[in-house]
Design a binder for this molecule. Structure first.
Ligand SMILES: [Zn+2]
Length: 338
């Protein structure tokens, strides 16, 4: 009988997309588990030989056999997987807030935000700050330590080796600005970075993370909960991108969930559970019409929301890609049927 599990009892699962692992070989997303012969995919049921219910979440995981050579799996990878203890969200909120407190917003970054459609008031309220170019990150870390903050397990911070001996705390100072990512309770759970002049092939947005580094941690892919100064509408919107969500929230007068990417929608479900709206409007970038990698996760998200008994509708617009540009540009937003 074909039973590779018995043949390789020592092979543990790797987490897709984390710790530098490649994404899921079945769905292309993160968080699925796989080894050299078996994939436990959270999203794709087509072609699976078995469905199991995950004990912790109660969600299904679809088991797929992998043909030999589908993934590059070696025993040593598994042993190298760092064990990281991520600080509680209360601690993350305190440390990130104090970090932002110590920083300022450069004129060129403020102009970028104004150009995107935010006002000075919005910029202040949302707390964007520049990654310092002159003050050194280790000096900022020293300040945080001196005030009494413990930086261990706070994604982004890590201990670097000193030139001669010992270690010192620091974080990446790639130029750009920080976009605070809030949870449903308004706590800063992560810092997104808008990278200044990204090199070709480099992403424009990157989370502040320090996975695999001494004292560091993986930021994960949380969903940002953007709240306008005044909530005029109880409907919750879901879009791709934290900054986009901040801008959309202002113009819509509604809470907007900003996903890290089209595929990281599972995180939105928790937020929806916590805020318990009656209606949700999805506002993914308009390339969902032609891009399977966007459309497929969008359909899965809508399915899960409908299963919760919510009214789920889809916003569309013409000419521009993102909901933020559509709103700022005064385009007509059409909200599709149920
Ligand atoms: Zn998968």
């Amino acid at each position: 009988m074909h039973d590779p599990v018995r043949q390789h009892p020592e092979e543990k699962f790797k987490r897709a997309g984390l710790y530098g692992n490649p994404p899921c070989p079945i769905c292309g997303g993160n968080w699925c588990g796989y080894n050299s012969f078996l994939c436990s995919c959270m999203r794709e049921d087509k072609g699976s030989f078995k469905t199991v219910i995950q004990p912790k979440t109660g969600k299904p995981a679809y088991q797929h056999w992998l043909k030999p050579g589908t993934v590059n799996y070696s025993k040593s990878d598994e042993l190298d997987m760092p064990i990281e203890v991520i600080a509680s969200v209360e601690k993350l909120d305190r440390v990130y807030r104090e970090l932002l407190n110590l920083l300022s917003l450069y004129q060129e970054h403020k102009e970028d935000l104004l150009r995107r459609g935010l006002t000075e008031g919005d910029i202040k309220k949302n707390g964007y700050k520049s990654i310092p170019k002159i003050i050194k990150p280790w000096d900022i870390c020293k300040k945080l330590k001196d005030i009494g903050y413990d930086l261990s397990g706070v994604p982004g911070f890590y201990k670097a080796d000193g030139k001669y001996e010992g270690t010192y705390w620091t974080f990446s100072w790639k130029p750009g600005y920080f976009i605070p990512m809030l949870d449903a309770k308004g706590r800063i759970q992560a810092l997104q970075r808008r990278i200044e002049n990204p090199k070709e092939g480099e992403p424009k947005y990157m989370l502040l993370s320090s996975s695999g580094k001494k004292g560091g941690g993986n930021s994960g892919t949380p969903a940002h909960v953007a709240r306008p100064a005044e909530i005029r509408d109880r409907i919750i919107w879901i879009t791709e991108g934290p900054l986009k969500a901040d801008i959309a929230a202002k113009y819509l007068g509604a809470v907007v969930i900003g996903l890290m990417s089209a595929g990281t929608w599972v995180q939105a479900l928790e937020v929806v559970d916590e805020l318990s709206p009656e209606e949700v409007i999805t506002a993914y970038d308009m390339d969902f019409k032609t891009n399977k990698l966007v459309n497929k996760p969008l359909e899965l998200l809508k399915g899960e929301l409908k299963e919760k008994g919510l009214v789920v509708r889809q916003a569309t617009w013409d000419e521009v890609k993102g909901i933020d540009d559509a709103l700022v540009g005064g385009k007509k937003i059409t909200i599709g049927g149920r």
